[in-house]
Write a protein that binds this ligand. Structure first.
Ligand code: TRP
Length: 374
């Protein structure tokens, strides 16, 4: 039986049962027909689709139908700048890049310095704002086109966002905010209002383009409560309902429970700015192993890739299905040892990070081309 788990925008604990979450949240499983439609448009597949890393959606079918009829949508995703970007954050962003290339649509990226300021007792607005621009570099490093990608940091784009947010806020009661987000009497009133700010970019493209634009949000499933609210409110304000496509969490390196998170596992978190030595140390020290206790036993009985963190991470970062399958089989048969599968992961991550860090530094001088201010 599945164990207890919790998924909210601010907390992910326990071993998440994603099928149960689809039922609880009332979303739709991402079926093969939709996957084929996306892949056809993209001209190539994506391992996140094949491996069900993106596994659920809301009204993606409707959005794609409209697109086929010639109605372009806009993409929207975001980042809460409470610290340095880690590898879990960039999973949905990588997929967003694939979607933008496939559909050739504008993309809006919200950086919520206000949210993290309100939420974290020890962070000042100055700190979250600064961190926001640092995080933006990781996003840009993934190769987005500045002509169709618009990044904004909430407190520096507040004039535009606020006008949309208050329209939304007027239609959301305190009791609905409590039910959806778990707010209590002790929650500060900034947080009560704040979900309207995360909902605002769903409507922003319609305002900027002067026509009704549906938005599609690629994001991890924990952000879905916001989309529930905005999908309820948008039609009341005369805008289309937002569509969403949800991904699973990159699991914590330390094991199957929860997601990788700086707040609960600082030492075992791999950041985009880590050195090759740091990555090596973290994987070797923290990656939960599905291997057997002794070499003899491992060779005889084989390891369990399904619970092995290194294997799980490779399913996110190794695009080649054949290579991944080979690793799976060899680990399971006992041919591949725990130390060896860790080494494969370390090399994979360090190859990726070496390129990423170069592009990240280059992004500093490109930042202005992406940023919206008012
Ligand atoms: N609340 C998100 C976080 O803490 C940031 C965010 C804002 C976001 N808008 C978004 C994430 C849209 C995904 C999609 O990280």
């Amino acid at each position: 039986m599945a164990k207890e788990f919790v998924v909210t925008p601010w907390e992910v604990t326990g071993e998440v049962d994603y099928n149960k979450l689809i039922k609880e949240f009332g979303t739709q499983p991402l079926n093969d027909e939709l996957i084929k439609k996306i892949e056809k448009k993209a001209g190539k597949g994506h391992h996140f689709l094949r491996r069900k890393i993106f596994f659920s959606h809301r009204e993606l079918d409707i959005l794609l139908k409209e697109y086929e009829q010639g109605r372009k949508f806009a993409l929207y995703t975001g980042r809460g700048p409470s610290g340095n970007t880690h590898l879990g954050h960039i999973i949905p962003w990588m997929f967003t890049k694939y979607l933008q290339d496939a559909f050739d649509v504008p993309l809006y990226f919200q950086i919520t310095d206000d949210e993290k300021f309100l939420l974290k007792p020890n962070l000042s607005l100055e700190e979250t704002n600064k961190m926001g621009y640092e995080n933006a570099l990781d996003f840009i490093a993934l190769g987005f086109d500045p002509k169709k990608t618009f990044i904004f940091v909430d407190s520096d784009y507040a004039k535009t966002l606020y006008k949309i947010a208050i329209q939304i806020a007027k239609k959301v009661t305190g009791s609905s905010a409590r039910a959806v987000f778990g707010f209590t009497n002790n929650t500060n009133i900034g947080m009560y209002f704040w979900p309207a700010m995360q909902a605002a970019p769903c409507i922003l493209p319609s305002i900027l383009e002067g026509r009704k634009v549906r938005t599609l949000i690629p994001a991890a499933i924990d952000q879905d409560p916001y989309w529930r609210i905005v999908r309820d409110v948008a039609p009341k304000l005369g805008y289309p309902k937002t569509a969403a496509i949800h991904c699973v969490f990159l699991p914590a390196l330390t094991g199957p429970k929860g997601k990788m998170s700086t707040s609960t596992g600082e030492h075992s978190t791999i950041f985009t700015t880590d050195t090759p030595e740091e990555v090596k140390k973290k994987v070797n020290k923290y990656a939960f192993s599905g291997g057997k206790d002794t070499l003899k036993e491992h060779r005889k009985k084989g390891g369990n890739p399904d619970i092995d963190s290194s294997y799980k991470w490779l399913s996110f970062f190794e695009e080649d299905d054949r290579k991944l399958k080979k690793i799976y089989n060899e680990y399971k048969s006992g041919k591949l040892l725990s130390g060896e599968i860790k080494q494969i992961l370390i090399e994979k991550l360090n190859t990726f990070l070496k390129e990423h860090q170069k592009k990240r530094e280059k992004a500093r001088s490109q930042l202005d081309k992406f940023i919206l201010k008012d």
